[in-house]
Design a protein around this ligand. Structure first.
Ligand code: ADP
Length: 632
C-alpha cells in the first residue's frame, strides 16, 4: 500500500466515523443543525462506502454507479448551505435556489450519463460556488460567536475550505488527460486535512473541548470572584448575569433567586430594584422547579404565557439550569440568544458549569455574610459586656457616696428629728448625683453614636463663634480659656450642639489632665481646604504608643489613673465619632515642652452662610441625652 493509498483509506474511515458520530448527536439533540450535519457527512460517507463496495466487488454497471456517486457528492454543498442557514441564517431565496440547483445537478447527472465530463465540470462549479460561499459564511459566523463555539466554527470553516479544495482537485485530476496524479495526490491530502478539521469542529475530542472551554470559565471566575465580598446583592446578580452572558456570547442572562420561604424567584431588574415571579414561571422557573436543565429553541412557542417578554428581550433560544448547592435550591440561571445555539451540547455543559460556579459563589457570599453577622453579634455582646463593666465600676463610686450621705442624714434625723441640715453633706450628694447623671449621659451618648448618621442638624457656622461660646461658658476662675482666632470667619457645615460638645470635651480634658492652674489654649485656623481647631495643654501628656488608642471606647491612657478617677474613657470616643460624622479627622500630638495638642480638622465651606440645611429627622443632642438620663 502506498502512502497515498494509506492517506485515502484513513480519510475514508474518518469520514464514515464522523458520520456515525454526528448522526448519533443528531438523533440525541434532534436539532436542524444536527440533521443537516448528518446529511453533509452522510452524503460523503455514502460516496466513500459506495466506491469501496464497487472497488471490492466491482458490482453494478459503471455508468449507474458513477451517476449515483455524483448525485451523492453534489448533495454535500447543498447540505453545507443548509448548515449555513442553521448557524447564521440566510435569505430564503438562497435556500430555495440552492435546493433547485441541487435538483438540477442531480437531474443532469442522471440524464447526461454519456457526457460524464460535462457533469463533472458542472459539479466543480457547484462546489466552488456553493461550497465557497458556505466556507465564507462559516468563517463570518464564527466571528459573531465566542469561546469554544468560535473555535469550533473556525474549524468547520477550515474544514469546508479544505473539503471544497480537495473535491475540486480530485475532480480536476480525473478530468485532466495527463498530470492528474499530482492534483489527485494534493486532493487526497486536502481531504484528510478536511476531515480532521471537521472532526475538530463537529465532534472535538474531550481533551480539546476542555482546553477550548477553559478560557471562558476562567474569564467567568475572574469576573465574578470578587463578588463574594460585595454586599449589594443586586449588583452581584447583575454582574453575574453579565459574566454569564459574556461567557456564552449570548444576548443576555438572568438569575432568579429563591428566598427560601415564599414560592417565588427574584430577578434583579435592569431598571433597578427586583422583580418577583412565581417560582415555576418562565423557562428558568421550570429549570428551578424540576431541578434540571431546560432548552427552548423557540422560547415564545415553548412558553406562550410569556411570549411577549421573550420577544421583547430578543430571547429566541433560552437555556436554563438550576443553581443548587448540595440540597439547597438557590435559584436558576438562564441564558438567552436571538438564534439557536450552534453546538448545543457545549452550551448545555457550560450552563450547568456556570450554574454550579454561581452556586459556589453565592454560598461563599452567604458564609461570608453569616461570618460578618456572627462577628457583629460577638462585637455587640463584647460591647455590652464592656459597657456593663465600665458602667458598673464607674457608676458605683458616686452612687456609694450619694447613698452613704443619704444614710448618714437618715440616721441623724432618726436620732434627732430637729437636727440642723448638713449642708456640706447635701451639696456633696448633689454634686455626686450630677456626676452620676453625666456618666449615664456619656454612656448613652456613646451608644447612640455607634450608629452612623447621628449628626443631622447641620448648618453653616463660624468655628470662631463656637470657640468664643466655649470660652464664655468657662468663666469660673481658674477654668478659663486662652483663645486665638483669625480675623476672617472659618466656616464649616456642622451640627452646632455636637461641635460644642467636642470643644467642651477637649477643653475639659485639657484642664482635667493638667495639674495646677495652667490654662489650656484653643486656636482656630484655616489650613488649605480644612478648618483646624487646636486645643493645647501643658499637662501630663499621653504616652506615644497610646495616642491612637485613647480615641477607642473605654480606653484610658496608662498615666491617667493616678491623676483622676473621674472618667470612663468615652469622651474622646464620642468626639471622634462626631468629627467623623462631619467628614473630619481628630488626632493628638505631643506639645513641645510637655502636654498634649489635640487637633480637629473639618471640611471648610467657602460660601457665605447658606440657609440651614433641612434636617430630615429631629437631631439628637447632648442636651437631650442629659434630659433623657435625668428622666430615667
Ligand atoms: P476620660 O473620661 O478618661 O477622660 P476620654 O475619652 O476623654 O476619657 O480620654 C481618654 C483618655 O485619654 C483619658 O483617660 C486620658 O488617659 C487621655 N487623655 C485625654 N485627654 C488628655 C489630655 N488633655 N492630656 C492627657 N491625657 C489625656
Amino acid at each position: 500500500m502506498t502512502a497515498l493509498e494509506l492517506i485515502s483509506l484513513v480519510t475514508q474511515v474518518l469520514f464514515v466515523g464522523l458520520f456515525v458520530v454526528v448522526l448519533w448527536h443528531a438523533l440525541r439533540s434532534k436539532t436542524g443543525a444536527g440533521f443537516d450535519t448528518a446529511l453533509l457527512f452522510g452524503s460523503v460517507a455514502a460516496v466513500v462506502v459506495l466506491s469501496k463496495l464497487v472497488e471490492l466487488f466491482g458490482a453494478g454497471p459503471q455508468a449507474t454507479v458513477t451517476t449515483l456517486l455524483l448525485v451523492l457528492l453534489s448533495l454535500a454543498p447543498y447540505a453545507m448551505l443548509r448548515l449555513v442557514d442553521d448557524f447564521s441564517g440566510t435569505p430564503r431565496w438562497v435556500q430555495v435556489g440552492g435546493a433547485a440547483a441541487y435538483l438540477a445537478i442531480a437531474a443532469a447527472a442522471v440524464t447526461l450519463t454519456s457526457q460524464i465530463q460535462l457533469v463533472e465540470v458542472i459539479l466543480i462549479a457547484w462546489f466552488l460556488a456553493v461550497g465557497g460561499y458556505a466556507a465564507f459564511a462559516f468563517a463570518r459566523a464564527s466571528g459573531r460567536t465566542r469561546g469554544i463555539t468560535r473555535r469550533r466554527m473556525r474549524a468547520v470553516a477550515a474544514g469546508a475550505v479544505l473539503f471544497i479544495g480537495a473535491v475540486v482537485f480530485l475532480l480536476v485530476g480525473e478530468l485532466l488527460p495527463t498530470g492528474g496524479d499530482v492534483l489527485r495526490a494534493v486532493g487526497q491530502i486536502g481531504a484528510l486535512a478536511a476531515v480532521v478539521a471537521f472532526f475538530l469542529g463537529f465532534a472535538p475530542p474531550a481533551w480539546i473541548r476542555r482546553a477550548w472551554r477553559e478560557p471562558d470559565l476562567r474569564q467567568f471566575l475572574e469576573r465574578s470572584i470578587h463578588l463574594v465580598g460585595v454586599s449589594d446583592e443586586r449588583r452581584v446578580m447583575t454582574e453575574l448575569q453579565q459574566s454569564a452572558a459574556a461567557a456564552f456570547g449570548a444576548n443576555g442572562a438572568s438569575i432568579g433567586i429563591s428566598d427560601g420561604v415564599r414560592p417565588i424567584l427574584r430577578y434583579a431588574s435592569a431598571a433597578g430594584g427586583w422583580l418577583e415571579f412565581p417560582e415555576d414561571e418562565f423557562i428558568a422557573g421550570w429549570a428551578f422547579r424540576d431541578q434540571r436543565r431546560v432548552v427552548a429553541f423557540d422560547a415564545a412557542e415553548t412558553d406562550p404565557a410569556h411570549a411577549e417578554t421573550y420577544e421583547r428581550t430578543g430571547a429566541r433560544t433560552v437555556i436554563a439550569a438550576p443553581i443548587t448547592a448540595e440540597e439547597r435550591r438557590i435559584g436558576a440561571l438562564s441564558v438567552y440568544a436571538d438564534r439557536a445555539p450552534i453546538f448545543i451540547e457545549d452550551d448545555l455543559w457550560l450552563i450547568e458549569l456556570l450554574a454550579d460556579h454561581t452556586a459556589v459563589l453565592l454560598e461563599a457570599r452567604d458564609l461570608a455574610r453569616q461570618a460578618t453577622e456572627l462577628q457583629a453579634r460577638e462585637d455587640a455582646a463584647r460591647l455590652k459586656e464592656e459597657f456593663l463593666s465600665a458602667a458598673a465600676h464607674d457608676l458605683r463610686t458616686p452612687l456609694t457616696v450619694v447613698l452613704g450621705q443619704a444614710e448618714l442624714l437618715e440616721r441623724r434625723l432618726t436620732r434627732d428629728p430637729h437636727a440642723q441640715v448638713d449642708r456640706a453633706g447635701v451639696s456633696r450628694m448633689t454634686s455626686e448625683a450630677r456626676r452620676l447623671r453625666d456618666l449615664i449621659s456619656e454612656l448613652l451618648d456613646a451608644q447612640r453614636l455607634e450608629q452612623p448618621g447621628t449628626v443631622m442638624d447641620r448648618v453653616t457656622l463660624d468655628l470662631r463663634e463656637i470657640v468664643e461660646a466655649a470660652r464664655s461658658r468657662r468663666l469660673e476662675p481658674g477654668t478659663g480659656l486662652e483663645v486665638s482666632v483669625p480675623s476672617d470667619p472659618i466656616l464649616t457645615s456642622a451640627d452646632r450642639a455636637r461641635l460644642e460638645q467636642v470643644v467642651d470635651n477637649l477643653v475639659e480634658n485639657a484642664v482635667k489632665y493638667t495639674p495646677g492652674q495652667v490654662l489650656p489654649k484653643v486656636e482656630v485656623a484655616r489650613e488649605g481646604a480644612e478648618a483646624l481647631l487646636t486645643v493645647i495643654d501643658h499637662g501630663v501628656g499621653i504616652p506615644k504608643d497610646e495616642r491612637d488608642r485613647i480615641f477607642e471606647r473605654f480606653y484610658r491612657a496608662s498615666n491617667a489613673q493616678g491623676i483622676t478617677d473621674t472618667g470612663m474613657g468615652l469622651g474622646l470616643y464620642i468626639c471622634r465619632r462626631i468629627v467623623e460624622e462631619h467628614g473630619g479627622r481628630i488626632w493628638v500630638e505631643a506639645t513641645p515642652g510637655g502636654g498634649s495638642t489635640f487637633r480637629v480638622a473639618l471640611p471648610i465651606v467657602d460660601d457665605a452662610p447658606e440657609p440651614d440645611l433641612v434636617a430630615t429627622e429631629p437631631s439628637w443632642s447632648a442636651a437631650t441625652s442629659v434630659e433623657a438620663a435625668a428622666d430615667a
